[in-house]
Design a protein around this ligand. Structure first.
Ligand SMILES: [Zn+2]
Length: 180
């Protein structure tokens, strides 16, 4: 009779996350930021993590606003454009960032590939979607640049990894960055 018990009130699960916030800030006012020894290691690491997240966010936004100024630009030859794309990519790689494909939203790598009628090449977004390598874009100049975190690699422990070798994994739902 009672096999369909209503699930326990879910409100239990709603955790009060706010207590952590007390760690932040307020050190500034009265001076005397605890002289080292008083801070528990866990707290220190936690606030360090926050600080790093903030820095990473700043890096991402700085890069993005600078790179956006390249939008619409194109150099004379395909070699030059290729070099440009590679230089951009190199910087992004160093910070574990990717370009968000304006067409589909996946994290992508900017490349320049030869194309008929486009002597200076086409800017394409190279990404893997549903296990297939896919190119989007194809403009004659640098596309709009929105940055996104590089997707994390899945551990390749999944039991029946079929023969098809998708180099990069694409999680269906793009993981949002924690920094936001
Ligand atoms: Zn795309």
């Amino acid at each position: 009779m009672d096999d369909a018990q209503p699930a326990r009130q879910q409100s239990i699960a709603a955790t009060r996350g706010s207590s952590k916030e007390t760690l932040q800030g307020t050190a500034g006012a009265g001076g005397a930021a605890a002289v080292g020894s008083e801070v528990a290691p866990g707290q220190m690491l936690q606030s360090l993590q926050w600080e790093l997240n903030r820095i990473q966010r700043t890096i991402r936004l700085t890069l993005q606003s600078r790179l956006q100024t390249l939008m619409g630009q194109s150099l004379e030859t395909i070699e030059e454009n290729r070099e440009l794309a590679q230089s951009i990519q190199k910087i992004l790689d160093a910070h574990s960032l990717r370009i968000r494909c304006p067409q589909c939203g996946h994290a992508a790598i900017l490349r320049v590939s030869p194309r008929k009628g486009m002597p200076a090449g086409a800017f394409v977004l190279d990404h893997t979607i549903d296990g297939k390598r896919t190119f989007h874009g194809g403009s004659a100049s640098v596309p709009p640049i929105q940055l996104t975190a590089k997707p994390e690699r899945k551990p390749r422990s999944e039991s029946t990894a079929s023969s098809k070798s998708g180099r990069t994994t694409t999680s269906t739902a793009e993981s949002r960055t924690k920094a936001g």
